[in-house]
Design a protein around this ligand. Structure first.
Ligand SMILES: Nc1ncnc2c1ncn2[C@@H]1O[C@H](COP(=O)(O)OP(=O)(O)OP(=O)(O)O)[C@@H](O)[C@H]1O
Length: 304
């Protein structure tokens, strides 16, 4: 379990992370999402003891990262997949990490196999694609068979097959009881993977809840209804206090503020024939855009 309490980091007068509190439980994939510059990497670096907090605490299974005698056995991290010496082979890089972290050398071949790089074990990293580097970074994170994994944008650079593979792996690691804490600036990347999401913007907590609940709370859901009497139906729905828009084509309407049953019941009461009645849930991406609309990094939106 990762417990972050009132965690803050200032760079001069700028607050990269601002009194952030959340928990990432064990046995779950917790997504950590926010627009570019929201403070995700800074938070992860503080959890990993790489940056010193200006205030607050970050604990992994009740201890600070730097208090673990053999950290690699407790926490595996994938931060910057580019941070590998290009002249090293995959095996040499992992052997060096294993040696430095007090991990038995046999783990090198095991983790290369887990991440699908066994065939590239003796190739130099400079010839690796971004996706292969991500896999190698993940192999490094898994080396000490840790109970906690902290992965910063792990699907970055992976092709669709690689993304699917990474999702399955993350879910498998959580199913084994591990804490999997994974960041992305795209909510959609985590929609099928994360049990919980922690959403931040400008260093502050925006939401911390089960993924399903976050979708439910979003206002992007709507009902699509089509009728040969669309104009009459639109009037009836509007009179009932619902927001109604034309949905493309003369016969179709988009209705917000009611579920499909309520729309269908209302149409039945007035004997209005329906040709279509479908419910559309808000996508996680819709909810995310709604939540973070005002918190995107200024530098990101400022015109060049
Ligand atoms: N070493 C530093 N010195 C000064 N400012 C920094 C430093 N590191 C990060 N920042 C600032 O802190 C804020 C948060 O950055 P951070 O990299 O943590 O965001 P992020 O959510 O990981 O973004 P991205 O999705 O783009 O990686 C940004 O405004 C960034 O410019």
């Amino acid at each position: 379990m990762i417990e972050v309490a009132e965690l803050s980091k200032s760079y001069g007068r700028a607050k990269a992370v601002d009194k952030l509190s959340f928990t990432a439980p064990s046995g779950r994939v917790t997504g950590f999402v926010g627009p570019n510059g929201a403070g995700k990497s800074t938070t992860m670096r503080m959890v990993l003891g790489l940056d010193r907090p200006s205030g607050g605490t970050a604990l992994i299974n009740g201890r600070r990262y730097r208090d673990f005698p053999v950290p690699l056995r407790e926490v595996g991290a994938l931060l910057d997949a580019g941070a590998v010496h290009p002249g090293m082979t995959a095996t040499a890089h992992l052997s060096w990490l294993a040696h430095a972290g007090g991990i038995p050398h046999r783990r090198v071949a095991e983790v290369l196999d887990t991440v699908g790089l066994a065939d590239a074990a003796h190739r130099k990293v400079k010839g690796f694609s971004l996706g292969m580097r991500q896999r190698l970074g993940l192999a490094g994170a898994l080396l000490g068979d840790p109970a906690t994994l902290i992965l910063d944008e792990p699907v970055n650079g992976l092709d669709p097959e690689g993304v699917r593979w990474m999702r399955t792996l993350m879910r498998g690691l959580a199913a084994e009881g591990r804490t999997v804490f994974v960041s992305s600036h795209l909510m959609s990347e985590l929609a099928d993977t994360a049990d919980r999401v922690v959403v931040i913007g400008r260093g502050r907590l925006i939401a911390d809840m089960a993924t399903e609940e976050l979708i439910r709370r979003g206002s992007g859901g709507h009902v699509r209804v089509a009728s040969p009497h669309a104009a009459l139906l639109a009037t009836l729905l509007t009179d009932a206090g619902l927001a109604v828009e034309q949905a493309g084509g003369d016969d179709a309407l988009t209705v917000r503020g009611a579920d499909a049953a309520q729309v269908g019941d209302l149409a039945a009461r007035y004997n209005v024939t329906l040709h279509e009645l479908t419910s559309h849930r808000a996508s996680l991406e819709d909810v995310f855009m709604e939540l973070t609309r005002d918190s995107a990094d200024h530098a990101f939106t400022r015109p060049a």
